[in-house]
Each structure stands twice: as structure tokens, then as C-alpha cells.
Write a protein that binds this ligand. Structure first.
Ligand SMILES: Cc1ncc(COP(=O)(O)O)c(C=O)c1O
Length: 379
């Protein structure tokens, strides 16, 4: 793909790839007889929400701002789960919500007067104490974690007024993990299941990744639906919707040498625009280059450096096919899920443009950020 029309850094969503994911997800939902909705934390590029609405029934929000974004730009009331509700925001957020989930029993009771007389379908987040996620930063079901009531500490009787249970414990997981999660719930929550109206299996179901065993997921969900036909099942993946749907286009600003190491200074920043690469940490995939050890020598070996002043704003070494030149584009693959949502304007670094590659191949710049955007963050 040629991004030569772009002279500035830009996140570029590929509309055709995005539609393909949405189509696949909507087919899985139909086959398995479940609802699959979009988690905004992973993807909230709202200028494409008209497109999302062609395929999906809804979305899930984890803050007042996300809930408003769903309501205003997708035109539906979201499912809402917030790790802890802010008292001043609760009544407003509950007006936007359709389903609303509490993180703890104490919070459920604290707000009981606010929700009991409303039409909200209220749920409780439960920590199923099962996850296949090995990185602690991304494990939502740690036994001592703060997200949800541990399944072995639930009261035997379902608290009055609760319609649903929400369990989010996976991250970029295969279908067999969802099947295991379902088994665990059936086993450990059997005393509640006959009374529940819905079960939300959270996110982490990476059904658009190559090699994902969709039939394993569909079979597990169909089996559960057969055994508990009165329970509406909801999945709320985020990454799966935007998986492999776009890039971050950057440019080489300078090539700096230091004691035998050459760093390509880019017009993007890892800390500002790809924070996951430093948090996880991982080396992102760069088109036409392969990762190499930090001490590798060679004419076309470069460390990639960000444009902020943070000393650690870099992500190690890559070997390119030919030596880099100032002005050359560097394409970071698969940067639309989470990455594009987590950006900051730290150091006043210019935010990349937001663009869409349309199905006819043209690139439309949807948004260019200005000084006013930066200025408005702090005053
Ligand atoms: C409550 C909840 N639901 C859904 C998701 C989406 O998960 P993923 O993007 O891994 O599918 C997350 C991610 O953190 C989450 O915390």
C-alpha cells in the first residue's frame, strides 16, 4: 500500500479490512445466537461509527465520556461497566445506559436507590478466577485484583434486582479459553444461573485473528445457549473489531549516531502515540523491516526513536532492506486497536492525523490536530 500522499504522521484506518472484521463478527453472533458489541476502550474512532452501525447492535462503555460517544454517534444506549462510579456522574451515566454493571456488592447497594426504580438492567462484575493472560498488566482476573467480586466470595443467593453477571477475564485469547471460561462459570455459578437474564463474557475473544477457531467458539456458545435458553449471552470484544485494520505512518526526521549506534528520529513518539510498546513492552511490526538484537551492526540497522524528550522514547533495533533516508516513511502495522485511543499530547508533541483509506484506495484525512487541541488540555 502506498501512503505517499501523506506528508505528516497519520493513523490510517483501512475501511475494507475494518468492514471484513465487522462482517465476520456479525456472522459469528448470528451463528452462535449471541450479541457481540464493540468495546469502546479499544476502538472509539467515532467518524466510522455509521459503518459500525451497519453490522453491530451496540457497544459497551466504561466511562461517562464513552457512554456519551456511543449514544451520540452510534445512536444506541450502551452497556456500561465502570470500575467505580463517580457520584456526580452516576445519574447522567445511568440515563445513557441500557445495561449497567457494578464492580462490587458494596457499590451495588450504595446506589440501590438510584437504580432500583429505573428501567436499567443491572449486573454485577464477577471475577471468575480464570484467565489465560500471562502479562500481569493485562490480566483482568488476578485473584487479588480489583476488578469484580471473586466468584468464590459471592453470596449464595443472588442479590435482589440483579439481572446479569459480567465476567471479563481474557485478552487476545483463543476460542478454547472462552470455552474454558464458560465451563468455569457453569460450574462455579450454577446456583445463580437459573435466575439470570444475561451473561456478559467481556472481551478478549480475538475472533478475527488468523487461525482463530471460530467453530470452537460457536459450539461452546451454542451449547451454553441450549442449556440456558433464558440467558441472553453478550460478548464485548474490542481488539477483534479493529485487529489488523490500519497503520501508523511515520517519517524519518533525522539519523543520529552515537558510539556506533544509529537512531532514526521519527515524527511520532512511542510514549505519546504507541504507549503499549513501552508498557508491555514489545517491538511493533514495521513494514519491510525485521527486529534484531540491540547490538546488531549493519548499514541498514537502526534503532527507532520518538520525537519527545523522554530518554526511553525508543523501541530497539530493526534491520531494513536498504539504508534509511531522511523523509522516508516508516509504517507501523496494526496500530488501530487501543494504540490510537491511548495517545497523549505529552511534551506538546503533534498528534498524528486521523485518516481513512477508502475502498477505492483514496486516503481521506478526517482530522488534523491544532495548537488549540493541545492548549485546551490544560486550561
Ligand atoms: C470490561 C472490558 N470489556 C471488554 C474489553 C475489551 O477487551 P479486548 O479489546 O481485549 O477484546 C475490556 C478490555 O480491557 C474490558 O476491560
Amino acid at each position: 500500500m502506498n501512503y505517499s500522499s501523506l506528508t505528516r504522521a497519520a493513523f490510517v484506518l483501512d475501511e475494507a479490512a475494518f468492514r471484513q472484521n465487522l462482517q465476520h463478527i456479525s456472522e459469528v453472533a448470528k451463528q452462535a445466537d449471541v450479541d457481540i458489541i464493540l468495546a469502546l476502550k479499544a476502538y472509539s474512532f467515532w467518524p466510522t461509527f455509521d459503518l459500525v452501525g451497519e453490522y453491530l447492535a451496540g457497544a459497551t462503555a466504561s466511562s461517562l465520556n464513552e457512554a456519551k460517544l456511543v449514544f451520540e454517534h452510534l445512536g444506541v444506549k450502551p452497556h456500561v461497566y465502570v470500575p467505580a462510579y463517580v457520584p456526580d456522574e452516576f445519574d447522567e451515566i445511568s440515563k445513557f445506559a441500557h445495561h449497567l454493571t457494578f464492580n462490587s456488592l458494596s457499590e451495588l447497594e450504595r446506589y440501590r436507590d438510584h437504580w432500583q426504580s429505573t428501567k436499567l438492567s443491572v449486573g454485577l462484575r464477577v471475577n471468575p478466577m480464570y484467565s489465560d493472560v500471562k502479562t500481569a498488566l493485562y490480566n483482568p482476573a488476578s485473584p487479588t485484583g480489583r476488578l469484580g467480586v471473586p466468584i468464590d466470595e459471592l453470596p449464595h443467593v443472588l442479590p435482589t434486582g440483579i439481572h446479569g453477571v459480567h465476567v471479563h477475564s481474557l485478552c487476545e485469547s483463543p476460542a478454547k479459553s472462552t470455552a474454558t471460561l464458560l465451563k468455569k462459570i457453569e460450574n462455579d455459578l450454577s446456583h445463580w444461573l437459573h435466575q439470570l437474564k444475561w451473561l456478559n463474557l467481556g472481551g478478549g475473544h480475538l475472533m478475527t485473528k488468523e487461525g482463530y477457531e471460530t467453530d470452537v467458539l460457536v459450539q461452546a456458545l451454542q451449547g451454553f445457549r441450549k442449556r440456558y435458553p433464558h440467558i441472553e449471552v453478550i460478548l464485548e470484544p474490542g481488539s477483534a473489531h479493529a485487529w489488523q485494520t490500519g497503520v501508523l505512518v511515520a517519517h524519518v526526521l533525522d539519523l543520529v549516531k552515537s558510539h556506533g549506534r544509529t537512531t532514526a528520529m521519527l515524527d511520532v513518539s512511542f510514549t505519546c502515540h504507541m504507549p503499549d510498546t513501552l508498557e508491555m513492552p514489545y517491538q511493533p511490526t514495521v513494514r519491510g523491516a525485521s527486529t534484531v538484537g540491540p547490538e546488531t551492526a549493519g548499514a541498514a540497522v537502526y534503532h527507532l526513536g520518538g520525537v519527545s524528550c523522554l530518554a526511553g522514547d525508543n523501541v530497539g533495533a530493526y534491520k531494513f532492506e536498504t539504508p534509511l533516508e531522511v523523509g522516508q516513511q516508516i509504517i507501523f502495522e496494526d496500530m488501530l486497536h487501543y494504540t490510537a485511543v491511548k495517545t497523549t499530547t505529552f511534551n506538546g508533541v503533534q498528534h498524528p492525523d486521523l485518516a481513512i483509506k477508502r475502498r477505492d484506495g483514496s486516503i481521506e484525512i478526517i482530522r488534523r490536530f491544532s495548537f488549540a487541541d493541545y492548549e485546551s488540555r490544560l486550561g
